[in-house]
Design a protein around this ligand. Structure first.
Ligand code: NAD
Ligand code: KPL
Length: 308
């Protein structure tokens, strides 16, 4: 009998992952508190709309529990925002064994290192996913964009985990890499530019053709940082990558703009904030990044949202 999958965080991606894994595998959702558990237990299921146009959801019966449960955790998918990631992992650490592996779905860079430092003996698998999902209501998820999840060992590359066969049988579109760090840095570059500028100008990704010059200046700065941080593969053709993503996602609102519009804390410190701090550490001059980071902090602060 395969060990169960534990999904920590019942937001958009957590509900999507739990609903899809549950179809083939023993899956448990770890909820935040007793109130959330009580709310879940009314239906004890997740509703999944396969696209924003889908009329009927599929319904998935999932077991739910709190972090304080006692059974061991072998395969954990961490589905919180980056700023909640470390505390969430700590909340279930009493259930880890020497076989525990954690799949990290967080956007940006920084949360993975924090978890690695706190849990150096746990196998961490980091992801960059283009899956898109949002909650219509609690435990009711719209699968807005069917994407691909690139994943790989955060730290020393090891043999591909056997559970990838389980993801395959659950219909996951994934792509294993031995160099997830390059993927994370490239995604960081894209997010630093697109998320920051769309949040500042309150525009769709496609409308970034207006501050075109700033897109290019930020890309030059970030390339300098990537070279200094010994990530030359991430720096290669960064401009072309960013313009390609702008074109491919032209009608999207970036996740940072969505957070700002909904009055929610952003993940800025794991995107442009990470780049800004890293540049200070490595003594890299990044005038465009500094300017946009400061403007973004001022805007977010003026909206009464946390800048950390
Ligand atoms: P979300 O805000 O919808 O969900 C996060 C959930 O985690 C919330 O329900 C929150 O209550 C829960 N949580 C936080 N701390 C917890 C704890 N200690 N115990 C239990 N639950 C806890 O976020 P999301 O949209 O699912 O995004 C998760 C991550 O995936 C983010 O880093 C995001 O940038 C990334 N991502 C999201 C999408 C998307 O389409 N939603 C796409 C790509 C990447
Ligand atoms: O990852 C994204 C985000 O919004 O967080 C991009 C690629 C910019 C798409 O909107």
């Amino acid at each position: 009998m395969n060990a169960p999958w534990h999904i920590l965080g019942a937001g958009s991606l957590g509900c999507l992952w739990a609903a899809r894994l549950q179809q083939h595998l023993d899956t448990r959702l770890i909820l935040r508190n007793k109130a959330q558990l009580k709310a879940f237990q009314k239906h004890a299921s997740i509703q999944l709309f396969d696209s924003p146009l889908a009329v009927e959801p599929s319904v998935h019966q999932v077991k739910a529990e709190l972090a304080s449960a006692k059974d061991t955790i072998t395969k954990l998918v961490l589905c919180t925002k980056a700023y909640d990631a470390l505390d969430a992992v700590k909340s279930v650490a009493h259930r880890f064994t020497d076989k525990t592996q954690i799949v990290l779905l967080q956007n940006g860079v920084g949360s993975q290192q924090a978890i690695q430092q706190a849990f150096p003996h746990i196998r961490l698998i980091a992801c960059a996913t283009t899956e898109g999902a949002y909650l219509k209501e609690p435990f009711c998820v719209i699968w807005a964009g069917h994407g691909v999840t690139r994943l790989g060992d955060f730290g020393e590359p090891k043999a591909q985990p056997q559970w990838l066969d389980e993801w395959k049988s659950a219909g996951f579109n994934y792509d294993w890499t031995d160099d997830i760090e390059t993927t994370l840095w490239r995604k960081l570059g894209v997010n630093c530019i697109i998320n920051s500028l769309t949040a500042l100008h309150e525009c769709s990704n496609g409308e970034l053709t207006r501050p075109q010059n700033m897109v290019n200046l930020l890309a030059y700065d970030l390339q300098d940082l990537m070279i200094a941080a010994k990530q030359p593969k991430a720096a290669a053709d960064l401009h072309a990558l960013v313009w390609q993503v702008i074109e491919d996602t032209s009608r999207n609102q970036s996740s940072m703009l969505q957070d700002i519009k909904r009055g929610r804390r952003t993940e800025m410190q794991y995107m442009i904030g990470y780049a800004y701090e890293k540049a200070k550490q490595l003594d890299v001059e990044m005038p465009a990044v500094r300017k946009i980071y400061q403007q973004l902090c001022e805007k977010i602060d003026s909206l009464g949202l946390p800048v950390n």
